[in-house]
Design a protein around this ligand. Structure first.
Ligand SMILES: [Zn+2]
Length: 156
């Protein structure tokens, strides 16, 4: 079988940042998949599932409320170093820097019950860690606040 595009990225050089992972052309629409990379792959500890889960619930809620029909998907990478965001439209990584800053500021400032954190609404509702989700949000915001080309375009 052919190696898929996301396994062709040089993870040894990849930094935390925002990258365009792929574009899909379906009928007359373009979908852009973004790689929101939170930790440096194979060089920093990965996130645990509890903080990934808290970020997933908060981010999905924030993005779907803010963008409504533009959001196709938000979810974690299996390697636990980041998330994928799929939006409608032909976009560049620069286009969503402000949106992603706003999103992680929202998580950093979040207080109270996490949306969907109940046994009726979620398949593993007790597995959430908002404090560590905030730790990673703060760390990622530092990257986003001084973002350079190396954090926006995949390395060679
Ligand atoms: Zn859940």
């Amino acid at each position: 079988m052919n190696k898929i595009e996301s396994f062709k990225i040089n993870h040894l050089k990849l930094l935390p940042g925002i990258y365009v992972s792929r574009k899909d052309y379906i009928n007359n629409e373009v979908l852009t998949t973004f790689d929101l990379r939170i930790t440096a792959p194979n060089r920093e500890p990965v996130m645990n599932t509890a903080e990934i889960h808290a970020i997933e619930h908060l981010a999905a809620t924030f993005l779907r409320n803010k963008l409504e029909n533009e959001v196709i998907y938000f979810g974690p990478m299996g390697c636990r170093t980041g998330f994928y965001l799929i939006l409608v439209g032909d976009k560049k990584s620069e286009d969503i820097v402000d949106l992603i800053k706003e999103l992680f500021k929202f998580i950093l400032d979040y207080e109270g019950d996490i949306p969907g954190q109940s046994p009726k609404d979620c398949g593993n509702y007790s597995d959430m860690n908002l404090d560590i989700a905030k730790y990673y949000s703060k760390k990622y915001l530092k990257v986003l606040n001084s973002i350079t080309k190396e954090n926006l375009i995949y390395p060679e």
